[in-house]
Design a protein around this ligand. Structure first.
Ligand SMILES: CC(C)(COP(=O)(O)OP(=O)(O)OC[C@H]1O[C@@H](n2cnc3c(N)ncnc32)[C@H](O)[C@@H]1OP(=O)(O)O)[C@@H](O)C(=O)NCCC(=O)NCCS
Length: 187
């Protein structure tokens, strides 16, 4: 059965074909995709294709503010070779996310990240979760800082889906760090 996750202000659920117009509305903005490593969407058909080819991956969720009821962004947990970071172990995961410009600055992605960290550590049995951002993407850096990630390593030769080379900074949080942060007793 499809996983549907609820937070205070969000529903996270798998992407559906009918989401293509909403996806296009936010993904056509050049401030969103390129800084995350993927191209600006050029049509609703392009967005539908991305739903089929990319956003249909397991543990990838449309980020739906309850106030609008339609997808405004995406968040996903990636494993193994699907992750950007190489040499991932089976008990490790990487998070990726974005949200449409009208929703920036309201803490919605941190709210989604906190919930998916809980899923990674409590349900999916992860012991470390990574998250990266391209050098200069201070908004994403802040999300990771606020959610308890700490510096792991820098990769200087990352080539994105548009063929552009970036310096990518990876942060990580371990299960123990997450439990301490949540005030939970360590097992
Ligand atoms: C990065 C991103 C996901 C942050 O999501 P969000 O829900 O807006 O996160 P927050 O509300 O916590 O804001 C994060 C930071 O963005 C900055 N910010 C907030 N509102 C902003 C606005 N309207 N315009 C520009 N920057 C803004 C602030 O520095 C904020 O940090 P602060 O809480 O210390 O002030 C979102 O900006 C985005 O989708 N950007 C484009 C795609 C992208 O970068 N994805 C991540 C790839 S690694």
């Amino acid at each position: 059965m499809d996983t549907v996750i609820e937070t205070k202000r969000l529903i996270l659920r798998p992407w559906e074909d009918r989401d293509a117009p909403a996806l296009f509305k936010y993904a056509k903005d050049e401030r969103v995709g390129p800084i995350a490593g993927w191209p600006v969407h050029t049509s609703i058909e392009h967005s539908l294709d991305v739903i089929h080819s990319v956003l249909s991956a397991p543990e990838t969720y449309a980020v739906i503010p309850k106030e609008t009821g339609e997808p405004a962004g995406s968040i996903g947990i990636m494993f193994g070779t699907d992750a950007t970071l190489g040499n991932m172990k089976p008990c490790e995961a990487e998070l990726g996310y974005w949200i449409g410009v009208p929703f920036w600055g309201r803490g919605l992605i941190p709210e989604a990240v906190e919930k998916l960290l809980e899923r990674c550590f409590e349900i999916l049995d992860c012991n470390t979760v990574y998250c990266g951002y391209y050098e200069g993407n201070d908004r994403s850096r802040r999300v990771q800082e606020k959610c308890g990630f700490r510096y792991y390593r820098t990769e200087t030769e990352h080539i994105d889906m548009c063929g552009v080379k970036h310096v990518e900074i990876f942060n990580r949080i371990t299960k123990d760090e997450w439990r301490i942060r949540r005030g939970l007793e360590m097992k």
